[in-house]
Design a binder for this molecule. Sequence first.
Ligand SMILES: Cc1ncc(COP(=O)(O)O)c(C=O)c1O
Length: 433
Amino acid sequence: METNDSILQKRQKYLYPTKVPYYSEPIHLTKASGSYVWDESGNKYLDVIGGIVSISVGHNHPKIVARAKKMLDEGAIQHTTFLYLSEYMPRLAEKLSNVAPGDLSKCYFTNSGSEANEMAVLTARVATKENMVVALRHGYHGGTSTPLSLCGHSTWKFSSQPQSGVTHAQAPNCYRCPFGQEKDNCSLECAEDVKEVIETTTNGKIAAAIIEPILGVGGFIDAPTDYHKRVYEIVKSFGGLYISDEVQTGVGRTGKNFFAIADSGVVPDLITMAKGLGNGAPIGAVITKSEHAETLRGKLHFNTFGGDPFQAMQAGEVIDIIEEEKLIQNADTMGRYLKEGFIGLMKDYQIIGDVRGRGLLMGMEMVTDRKSKNPASAECAKLMELCKDQNILIGKGGLYGNVVRIAPSLSITKSECDELLTGMAVAFEKLTK
Ligand SMILES: Cc1ncc(COP(=O)(O)O)c(C=O)c1O
C-alpha cells in the first residue's frame, strides 16, 4: 500500500492547494462499517462527522452493499443519462415526494449540493422573472459560482468571484445576536432584517431567499423559534420563493421530520439536498412545487450524471432504511442524550460557551472566556487532535473555526454515544489542564 508520505507528496504536487487535509498528521482512511472507520494501520475511529455530515444510515450499510453487489454481479447498467429510461431516478423522485412537506413533488437530480442550489436559484429566477436572492451572513451553499455568491463567509469567498444578484441579511445567531438581544426574549429582529434588506438593497421584489434551517458550515447556528415562519411570510410578501437548503439538515438529521424546515411548520417552495441523501454516494436533488417546475418547460437543462442508476439506487435505499430502522426517532433520542452529555461537559469546562443543535446535528462553540466570547479557534483545532488521540473523529466549523461539529450516523447507538462523551471528556481535560 502506498505510504502516507507518498500520498501527501502527490497531493502537494498534483492537487489544487485549496485541498487542505484535516490534522497535523492527516489520516488515511481505508475501511468503514456503521459508525466506525479504520486507517491504513488498522486503527479504529468512532466517526461522528461522516466526511462532512454525509453518513446518514451508517458506513457500508449491509442492505446498500448487497444491492450494489447484486447490480454489479448482474451487469446492471451503471451509467445512463436521463435521455434513456431507468427505473431508479423516477422511483427516487416518488419516494422524495412522499417524504417532502406539502405539495412538493417535482425533482431535479444533481451530483452535489452546490449544483442543487444552482438549480434551485435558477428555478426561482425563472419562475419569478426576478434576479435578486436573499442569503444569510454565515450561510454556506456550496463552491460553484452561484453558491459562492450566496456564501456569507470570507473564508470561502474569492476576490475574483463576482457577487451578482445577491444580498445578505443578518444570521439568526442567538449566541452572538447581531442585535444585542437575548435568546427567546427578542422581537425576531433577525427575521425583520430580511425585510429591511429587501426594502433597502433590492428593487422591492426578489426571486428567492435561500436559508439553511440550521446554518451548518456557519457552526450549527439554530434560529430562534418562529424565525423561519416569519421569514417565509416576508419572502412571500415581496414575491419571492423560499428555498430551504437542507444539504446538511435533511434526511432526518434533526430528529423530527425528513426535512428540517417541516420542524418549523413551513412548507417552502423548494428544498435542496445532498450529503446524507446518498450516504456517501454523490447525489444531490431539488424538490419543488409543480407550478414552479412548470415555468422551465420548453427549455432543456442537461446534467450528465444526475440521477444515475447506481447513485439513485443508493439514495432510494437510504430513504427506505431510515423508515425501516426508525432512524429519525433514533436521531431524536440519541440527539437528546448527547445534548445532555455536552451540557454536562459545559458545566465542567468553561471553554465551552454554547451547546446547540437538534437531533444529530450538534455544535459546541468554544470561547476563551464566557464573558468576552472571544473565539477559541486554536483550542478548537487542538481539541480535534486530542479527540483523534482518543480515536474519535469530530468536525469543526464557524467563521472563526471555533465550533465543534458533531453529526454522526443517524444509526448511532447509546454505547457509541457514551464512547464519544467519555473520549471528549478526556480530550477537554487534556486541553484545559
Ligand atoms: C448547507 C450546504 N449547502 C450546500 C453545500 C454544498 O454541497 P456540495 O459540497 O455537495 O456541493 C454544502 C456543503 O457543505 C452545505 O453545507
